[in-house]
Every structure is written in structure tokens, then in C-alpha cells.
Design a protein around this ligand. Structure first.
Ligand code: UDP
Length: 319
């Protein structure tokens, strides 16, 4: 098949592109390198089935040309990372709302199948776990940038479902929970690459809040396997799926595990949220995906353990 991956030079996108090429697809990437990096795809340059354009998806003419060429689109181009969103709220909202709208419009021209990458941030301050796809969203006030990101991604989901219902556009929506692995950078806030880098440099490991908050971390290869299976499953069209791992760990425990794994002399330092992010910042105490639906549709279960995930990230940073 011919596939367009928007955001294909990003962390998840570049792993997805590799998997598509491995199975024999011809792949086009559009990426403006805002949070993606050329080095993530540089090793693919000589592959005759790989093509890339460094441009924003907000460039509608270029986007339309790309979408017209392919059979299906994986739409990952977005502003990501809690720290990045807080620092760049306007650009984040524009990319995440307009960008997805343009991708849906372009896909609709030829009724191209499109997968929209959404996020567990959709659930906001969910007051029970695990989060099921049909659960209510619980969000804070508009002065907190995090909820703008959550809302923008929710608009993307509404738009996608409306295109599906009213225009019969084949869309699949995935809500990725904390995804990690080689090539993820800590620059935009993500905790595992930040802790690993800090530990390897013997710098303080910066735990935000009391460190008792938990997350479930999923290795990127598990996520790629899940989204490929969903894209190939006709019954998944018009549906929303959680994708991730459902094994929680506290951030404090994560810091200790990474410190031990790297043999680091780092101190573990606790930093209040207000200092780490912005005044009034709200964090989720826990966030666990309910994985029943994706298991039922494509038999997905995560396979890579947290230990293996951490080892892969450490090895990547050491290299
Ligand atoms: N976190 C932390 N130290 C850091 C970066 C993040 O303690 O240097 C915390 C963050 O406050 C959150 C968790 O780690 O509770 C996961 O953060 P991340 O940004 O990776 O993902 P998300 O907040 O989207 O779950």
C-alpha cells in the first residue's frame, strides 16, 4: 500500500514508518521538524520506497498533494508533551485543531482511510481507573494550558467521528497512553527520557509533586503493532480505542528503578508542580487504560515489560 505518515519524523511516527517499510509499503512522510527530528528518519533515506517532505500540514496544497497520492493516512503530526504545550499554547492549538481538520478534509476528497492519533489526556482528571473509551471527560478551567491540549484533541475526535457519520469517511481513532522507547526526547517533558538522561549524567532526578502519582508506560513497538492491526481491521472503522499498557508504576518508584538500572549517583529531587510547569498546574494521580476493547477487536495485549522498555531507552541514550 501507499501510506502517508504525518509527523513521521517524530518518536512514534518514525517507528511506525519503519514497520510500514518492513512490511513492503511505500511511505511518504510530512513533518515540519517542530518536535520531530530528521535524525529519526535519516537512516531510511536510501530506501527507494521512502519519501519525505519537510513541511507543515497547515500547508494545505502540499498536504492535499500527498494525501491524493496514497491509499491511507496515519495522522500523527501534532504538538505533544505537557511542557511543550504549556510553553507554546497558541501554536499547539492551531496545529492540533486546524491540522487535523485539514487532514480530514484532504482524506475525504478520495475517501482515504485515516487513523487519528489522540491521547489519554482526553480523560482529564478521570476520577476512577481504568479509563474506558466511553467514560466521561473531567477537565479543569481554561486558564490551565493542559486542558486546552485535552480539548483540542477532543475536537479532533469529534471532527473525525462527524466525518465518519456524515460523509462516510473511514476513520479510526486511537488514544495513546504514555508511550516510551528509543528516540523519545525529554525536551518536551516526557518523564522516562528525562530521568534516564539525568541519571546517566549523575544530575538530580527531578520528581514532580510527591512522586506518588502513577502512570502506565508502553513500549513503542507494542503501540506500533496495535495501530497496524487496528488499521487493517475493517470493524475498527468509526471506533475509538485506548492503546497502551495497563501496568502502573509510581513516578518515585520509576526514578529509583532508573537510578539502579544505570548505576547512577544522582540524587532524587522533589520539585513542586507550580515550579515545574505553571501556576495552578493539575496532574493526574493515576491513569490506566482499559484495554478490553482493543483486545476484543484485534487481540492486542502489550508484550514488552517496563524493565525491557527502560533497558532499551538506557541503551539508546548510552549510544
Ligand atoms: N514528571 C516528573 N519529572 C519530570 C517529568 C515528568 O516527575 O522531569 C512527572 C509528571 O509530572 C507526570 C509523570 O511524570 O506526573 C508523567 O509525565 P509525562 O510528561 O511523561 O506524561 P503525562 O503527564 O502526559 O502522563
Amino acid at each position: 500500500m501507499k501510506i502517508l505518515v504525518t509527523g513521521g519524523a517524530g518518536f512514534i511516527g518514525s517507528h511506525l514508518v519503519e514497520a510500514l517499510l518492513d512490511r513492503g509499503d511505500e511511505v511518504w512522510v510530512m513533518d515540519d521538524l517542530s518536535t520531530g527530528r530528521f535524525e529519526n528518519i535519516a537512516h531510511l533515506e536510501d530506501n527507494p520506497k521512502f519519501h519525505y517532505t519537510i513541511d507543515t500540514i497547515l500547508d494545505v496544497r502540499v498536504l492535499n498533494e500527498h494525501v491524493a497520492k496514497v491509499d491511507a493516512v496515519f495522522h500523527l503530526a501534532a504538538a505533544v508533551g505537557v511542557a511543550y504545550i504549556i510553553e507554546n499554547p497558541l501554536q499547539s492549538l492551531e496545529t492540533n485543531i486546524k491540522g487535523t481538520e485539514y487532514v480530514l478534509q484532504a482524506a475525504n476528497e478520495g475517501k482515504k482511510k485515516v487513523m487519528i492519533f489522540s491521547t489519554s489526556e482526553i480523560y482529564g482528571k478521570a476520577n476512577h481507573q481504568p479509563c474506558k473509551e466511553t467514560d466521561d471527560r473531567i477537565l479543569g478551567t481554561t486558564t490551565i494550558a493542559r486542558w486546552g491540549y485535552s480539548s483540542a484533541k477532543a475536537i479532533d475526535e469529534f471532527l473525525s467521528l462527524a466525518y465518519h457519520r456524515e460523509k462516510q469517511l473511514p476513520v479510526v481513532i486511537v488514544r495513546c497512553f504514555n508511550t516510551c522507547g528509543p528516540r523519545q526526547t525529554g525536551q518536551y517533558g516526557m518523564v522516562i527520557p528525562r530521568f534516564v538522561k539525568q541519571a546517566l549524567l549523575d544530575h538530580p532526578i527531578t520528581v514532580y509533586g510527591d512522586g506518588k502519582q502513577t502512570r502506565c508506560f508502553c513500549e513503542v513497538s507494542d503501540v506500533v503493532r496495535a495501530v497496524l492491526a487496528l488499521m487493517d481491521e475493517p470493524k475498527a472503522v468509526g471506533e475509538v480505542f485506548n492503546v497502551g499498557s495497563n501496568v502502573p508504576i509510581s513516578i518515585e518508584e520509576l526514578a529509583t528503578r532508573i537510578k539502579e538500572l544505570t548505576g547512577s549517583h544522582s540524587q532524587i529531587e522533589y520539585i513542586p508542580y507550580d515550579k515545574a510547569y505553571e501556576e495552578g498546574f493539575e496532574d493526574m494521580r493515576e491513569r490506566v487504560p482499559d484495554l478490553e476493547k482493543i483486545k476484543e477487536f484485534v487481540g492486542y495485549e502489550p508484550q514488552v515489560t517496563l524493565q525491557e522498555l527502560l533497558e532499551r531507552v538506557v541503551e539508546h541514550f548510552r549510544k
